[in-house]
Design a protein around this ligand. Sequence first.
Ligand code: OOG
Ligand code: MG
Length: 254
Amino acid sequence: MTNLNEVAAYLDLAAANAKSVPMLTGKYPVTLEEAYKVQGLSIQRRLDRGESLIGYKMGFTSVAKMEQMGVHDLIWGRLTDAMHIVDGGFMEISKFIHPRAEPEIAFKINQDINSEVALEDLPSIVDGLAPAIEVIDSRYENFKFSLEDVVADNCSSAALVVGKWMASTHEIKGLGISLSIDDEVQHSGNSNAILDNPWMSLQKATRLITAYGDTIKKGQIILAGAATPAVYLKACNKVSVSVDGFDVITLNVE
Ligand code: OOG
Ligand code: MG
């Protein structure tokens, strides 16, 4: 049987050294349940180094993302403070393997959540909505993976930028959303590409994360998942994400 602590160390070191590694298949076969355990163990290594958990991210919530990566199941991963970059801030590309950016919507949770929350009750557990840039950086060679691989690898989580928080009454359905590099639009779409309604992603997050046994804590962030495909980044790129009705957010690659 695969030693899950060993797999967690394998992926954590790949991230820390910014060096890609072969997929788990073959050397470290894991079931989906074990993959979530590996994710938990690898995040625990980060927490043991002093990082703190700031929230969760949903993945493969849009057809655009499922098609781009060839994985068709919803996944979730964890976000730590070390991944957070301020709006207009910089990311050092040498600390990443083959980073990609994608446009997202973020929710800020206003109370501890231990069980699934119904769709109509979600605005009452949120006190902020914002556009976000997620930087994903698979630790696997050529950014290729199976469902189990990507879950074990904390769903490729690498960095995030969150814009100005707006009230939970702010509209997030049916909005134009775009991802630009150096002021040129690379992908544009609609926020409803996220499960037909981005609130659905938060609904699934409350179900899946609490079913696993985690409590989503007051003040934590949930990323809804990308509305468009992700784009590879290069040094000196300026990434911007625009969601109608929100201020544009940017990230500089150096
Ligand atoms: C996995 C992460 C997917 C999203 O927004 O769908 C994700 C990957 O594509 O590497 O973050
Ligand atoms: Mg994402």
